[in-house]
Design a binder for this molecule. Sequence first.
Ligand code: HEM
Length: 509
Amino acid sequence: MNLSQVLYSILLVAVVALGVKLLNWAWLRPRKLQKLLRQQGLNGNSYRPLIGDLKDLISVAKQEQFKPIQFSDDLPPHSFHYFHQIISKYGENCFIWFGPSPKLMITDPQLMREILARPDVFWKPQPDPIGHTVAGGLLFLEGEKWAKHRKIINPAFNTDKLKSMVSVIGLSCSDTIAKWEALVDSKGGGSNSAVEIDVWPFIADLSGDVISRVAFGSSHEQGRRIFELHKEVVKLTLELMQFMSIPGWRFIPTKANRRTKAISEEIRSILTGIINQREKAMERNEAVEGDLLGTLLESSNGEAHSMTVEEVIEECKLFYFAGSDTISVLVIWTMVMLSKHQEWQAKAREEVLQVFRNGHPCYDGLNRLKIVTMILNEVLRMFPSAPLLTRAPTKTVKLGDMTVPIGVELMLLIGEMHHDPIIWGNDVSEFKPERLESGVRGKSGFMPFSFGPRVCIGQNLAMIEAKIMVAMMLQRFSFELSPSYLHAPFLILTLQPQHGVPLLLRKFE
Ligand code: HEM
């Protein structure tokens, strides 16, 4: 055999091996998993090579996205469209195909808790192309590395740190309120007349401003640029989602992929600059700033195996991903609900004025806001910012009556569970904060911040932020829905208002 024959044989073996691998990935393995699921009485559409249910899911999403609904309508058929359709067709514990990967849908609170309580067995599905594109860090880590990072990051969210963030958050809110006051004045909104403003872009910017300030303190202006870039990446994700089942797609130089890469590099370079400046300041023994980055660097320095600069960058990117859209949607749906339910707006304002009068909110006072807390919890139930979570078993596991093999992923449909009439009663579609009057403890069907060891690390910060924003707006304005408002909550990573939120704002003189 001469050299070219040897090379040819090697190439042939490689091509055959690749072909077998592809055949297994795209056909044999999905068929085997499908058989295992069906044998247990679980149902779903039959596997369609490569695309599975993705094409239908995207087309239903496109049809539903901008369609307005009535306030009295059930949210899941519109906002969680395809998942809801499949559940209605096949019943609970059915499955759906994301390309060649079957996902079992879970809506039962007990099963969800069982899954979330065992992060050693149920991991985040890997690889996660969207996760890798938009953010990294804690949210996507597993095992010992996750435990180490969680320990380093935890102090950034302790009570003392949260207390110190209250005035910083208030500062950002004052800026937004000043902008609204100027707009109301310029549009002739004096003498108690109302002016229409689409408040959604302002609230989205406000949450970006807050996260920039609490994460980067004095460097928050640079942080704001990261927020702008982050917003653009999130918009690109819908486009990227269509191809996410194709391995390696994110490395193909499409327009969206190239833009995403360029944004990623710019974010990295801004963060590297901020971190380097901080590290130099720490070397000079200058006081560490009490922002998230300062605490991260400080507690990372104290650890035996601290984080690398790369890892700190990923955690900072994650603060934007996890801590901006989630809050802005919580605040915007609260404003929508308080506009629709004027009696609750009046009750909430009365409480805010009783606790703070017209002054700036303080930490202790925020803990006394019982009505505002009930309202925020009811909004989190109706419009959970993160309505679905995914997990993948690392070994074959028993889950209730089911046996779940490796390769089958789990979709925890928090949004569906929050709208289940069996759990919440027949008035599940109504805004009724009184249903959470005695708090959320013991409400096993309420999980907006997840559950178990990987529960949201920022949940206390989130509630503080939302309370301050809502309280300050109630102090300065009364608001109602504009006749041009169209109700269309739709899932794009978080549950967003598709037509903005035009409100009629009235200033308190
Ligand atoms: C209303 C606001 C928020 C909601 C509804 C929310 C919800 C959630 C949920 C459901 C998870 C679990 C995700 C999963 O396991 O797949 C999570 C995790 C996480 N959240 Fe939040 N979040 C909010 C705000 C924040 C804020 C303000 C921050 C920080 C700035 C933050 C940081 C994180 C981090 C780092 C994780 C990963 C925790 C871990 O895996 O150990 N979140 N959040």
